[in-house]
Design a protein around this ligand. Sequence first.
Ligand SMILES: Cc1cc2nc3c(=O)[nH]c(=O)nc-3n(C[C@H](O)[C@H](O)[C@H](O)COP(=O)(O)OP(=O)(O)OC[C@H]3O[C@@H](n4cnc5c(N)ncnc54)[C@H](O)[C@@H]3O)c2cc1C
Length: 508
Amino acid sequence: MSVAGSSDVNDELAKTQWDVVVTGLGPVGTTLCSLLGKYGLRILGVDREKSIYTLPRAGHVDHTVLRTFEEIGCLDELLAEMIPNRGMELLNGNHDVLARIPTIRRTPSNLPPSMHLHQPVLERLLRENAERIEGVTLRNSMRLVSFEPTGGLQRVALEHEGRTFSVTTRFLVGCDGASSVTRNVAGLGFRDYGFAESWVVIDLILKEIPESLRRDTTFVADPKRPYAMIEMPGMRYRFEFMVLPGESVASVVKESTVLRLISKWLHPHQVQKVERAIVYTFRGAQAEHWRRGSVAIAGDAAHLTPPFLGQGLCSGVRDAANLAWKIAFVLSGRLPESILDTYGIERGPHVDNVITTSIEIARNLCMLDETAAQERDRQMLQSGLPEEKRIRFKLGELRTGPLIMPSGGMYAARPVSASKKTDSSLDRKFVILARSETALSSKASINWWRALGSEIQILDALDEAAAELDAWLQRLRGNVAVIRPDKYVLGCEKELDDITRYVQSNLN
Ligand SMILES: Cc1cc2nc3c(=O)[nH]c(=O)nc-3n(C[C@H](O)[C@H](O)[C@H](O)COP(=O)(O)OP(=O)(O)OC[C@H]3O[C@@H](n4cnc5c(N)ncnc54)[C@H](O)[C@@H]3O)c2cc1C
């Protein structure tokens, strides 16, 4: 019996011509591997670390992310490990409510609006899921060193156990986090939003959850020391405290300091374990370019968001959903390479909305000057606006562009039968929803969409969910909508011809 050494294994990787190499197997890279693998592509995902990152960071995901997890096939497993988010409140030092972001009751995807999670569990389940998908190969302890174009492909240099070897791929995506090598080698730039504040993040495992702990997500803008309290699944609870000027990182992560900081709510005997206390500097940044040729970036490699809206990872998963179908349609020759230009055009402004709103919350929260904080309280409390309207956050729509009509850009209602929980036959396709046969207009239009592998659904031929979708189309003032594979509405018009003409003119 011969046992393959690491160089034999690497020879195998080097011999294969990959469709896509994904560098970085955090939650975004792993999700992207799964999405691409489901298109039947040959995917190599590599991560420089020996195993998944075991310390918690993200604590929250929204329904758009859950819909992507459903598509890659692990939603039920993940939901079983999550708890619902009960909404967010921003309080001042006297605990007056300055602003509230309630959880929305109903989502277009009919999935829970907002859930709390433990990131290491999420990463483990995402990894196990990706490994089950045929065509997806994942490797740890393999670091991206550099890459260069060669004969229409990318030659990617990887380092494994001290040796460097190369693989070739048709497309490379860097999901390699905030200090992305991919972003730097491709020269994609990183624009800083000029916000940076350090906070100590404390994750606790408790023996009991006492009444003194708030169950909703609470930010307290106390100028003496701003802090946050977040309920996590199981017996976990998170506190975040701003690091004050002059305090050292070493002093705030000491167990004695941690226990002092949380002593208002918890006695040491209620704490089973301080899982970790770590200082993060929260920043806002976005890549200047999201793609160059056959190299793109996604997730923290493309943007950083202060975590006060719990949206960094969510944006990264939306990047993966936006990019995966475009790569798959281009590599299969169904759509021209120019559609890849829409990746940054669409994702950039969407992410910008999330970053700027997070920074607005952060600036309100991180005020240490007593007078400025009193003025903030006065303005917010006397604004005459209800608490829900004092900070507005709505996940933006995609802006009009080559693949988004002025009548589109919103997240689509779920075109499935109400009796079935999901309909995976609609994934990875354009779905054309028409209120009647006449809205489909010309045969040429229908054939064009069919050649792309699209699914056409006439609502009056569907079951009980049809009425709901019909009402949704009426609200959009259209007879027919085209929903893209990433679940955004491309356009909603009177006739399919209108949508076909728009797309075709932008593709030529
Ligand atoms: C305290 C805190 C709280 C947060 N809360 C939330 C929240 O509630 N909700 C939310 O949506 N987001 C939240 N975020 C943000 C979220 O954690 C990140 O946006 C998310 O982890 C980014 O995922 P990623 O896969 O893009 O990058 P990462 O998770 O950073 O993964 C990058 C991967 O790339 C690998 N890598 C790096 N360089 C190389 C290389 N050269 N070669 C190969 N591999 C490489 C790394 O080992 C790593 O595994 C929070 C962040 C923090 C710090």
